[in-house]
Design a protein around this ligand. Structure first.
Ligand code: HSE
Length: 388
């Protein structure tokens, strides 16, 4: 019997309550729920809740802590204390996992307790356990895809309706429970960067920092950018990619022109899709809901169920000899829309399209990923940049 102490009762926490009560035969129960706000109205009796972390952390009858709060620092304190107190932990906190990866490895070693975090990446898609178990022996060369539901929801709506207002659509994504409490984490691609870090570790054994991921979001997109992509037979998607180039790892989370001939262009709304390039398996695409209460809770539920048979990550790729080094020195084709001074400040290897009309100026050309990431337009709030 698993007796669960739950931290957080927001969108995913409430989703987990539902899915546990609708899953027969799991033999698990939520004994106590920690929440911060004493005055918020909640759909369960007050006795289900505590406002003291230690009521769960020091309760010897609770053997599993499920951590679903959105503060990564507080989450790390809770997870560390729980594991040191002999409890297995399931978390959905991608920021905590990505920024504290090595400390969490050490905690698992020290406490001998499992830490599972399938829900941190790709929502309902079972990517981490697949990378751990199924792709253990295949020679992966890259993992790429749509790993943020909020931005995919926004980009889908902007793509079908040229009149749609970016802020209205973002607001809908918040209302539907897809966005983070601070939605800049979604639209500035931090969320996708955290997930890219988690995938890099499990796919290639490379533990990188979220700051290493070449990252730029979608907040500066305009209907003009959508129309340019369309004229090239593409839709714009925020893609995450971690891949090997001459045994060096490159990781990015960037808006990308995805051709309509590519299945990723047809992944709509909050759905996520992750494509794995394997030497023997060739390409495989995993598709599933990437955000929302029940889809995310389903991944948490799957981790809870896995604890019943003693499952834990082995991190085999982390302990292999040839862990790839991080590198941003590859050339890439990009679209940059901005004013003359922005476009001039990028060191292009070659320029294929140089467009000037009706106050709209853009270039499509080849540059190095490093030059792009270090360029002034890359941090400008007036440019839109996409990989082509
Ligand atoms: N805000 C995240 C997203 C939630 O939109 O994908 C799921 O991780």
């Amino acid at each position: 019997m698993l007796t669960i102490g739950l931290f957080g009762f927001g969108c995913v926490g409430q989703g987990l309550w539902d899915v546990i009560h609708r899953t027969h035969g799991l033999r698990s129960r939520i004994a106590r729920i920690f929440v911060k706000d004493k005055h918020k109205a909640r759909p369960l009796p007050q006795s289900a809740f505590t406002f003291e972390r230690h009521d769960i952390l020091n309760d010897g009858s609770i053997n599993v802590v499920v951590e679903l709060i959105d503060d990564a620092e507080a989450a790390f304190e809770i997870v560390s204390a729980a594991m040191r107190n002999g409890k297995a932990v399931v978390t959905a906190n991608k920021k905590m996992v990505a920024t504290r990866f090595r400390e969490l490895l050490e905690l698992q070693r020290e406490s001998q307790q499992p830490l599972l975090y399938e829900a941190s990446t790709g929502g309902s898609i079972p990517i981490i356990r697949n990378l751990e178990e199924y792709y253990d022996n295949d020679l992966l060369s890259g993992v790429e895809g749509i790993v943020n539901g909020t931005t995919n929801y926004i980009l889908s709506k902007l793509s079908v309706n040229n009149e749609a207002n970016y802020y209205d659509v973002l607001h809908d994504a918040q209302r539907l429970g897809f966005a983070e409490s601070d939605p800049t984490l979604d639209v500035d691609a931090w969320d996708a960067a955290y997930k890219t870090v988690v995938i890099s570790a499990h796919a290639f054994g490379a533990v990188i920092h979220p700051d290493d991921v070449v990252r730029r979001g979608i907040a500066t997109i305009t209907p003009f950018d959508v129309a340019v992509a369309r004229s090239h037979g593409c839709d714009i998607k925020l893609l995450s990619r971690t891949s090997l180039h001459n045994n060096k790892l490159i990781a990015w989370a960037l808006p990308t022109f995805v051709p309509h001939t590519d299945m990723l262009a047809h992944i709509e709304n909050e759905t996520n899709a992750i494509r794995l390039h394997g030497a023997f398996s060739d390409d495989q695409l995993l598709i599933g809901k990437g955000a929302g209460a029940h889809p995310t809770a389903s991944a948490v539920l799957s981790d809870i169920a896995a604890l019943k048979y003693g499952y834990r990550y082995e991190y085999k790729k982390l302990f292999q000899n040839d862990i790839p080094q991080f590198n941003t020195d590859i050339s890439t084709r990009v679209y940059i829309r901005g004013d003359e001074s922005h476009l001039k400040s990028i060191d292009f290897i070659d320029v294929e399209i140089d467009h000037k009309a009706n106050n709209n100026r853009y270039l499509i050309g080849r540059t190095s990923m490093r030059a792009l990431a270090e360029s002034e337009p890359f941090i400008s709030s007036e440019c839109f940049i996409a990989i082509v």
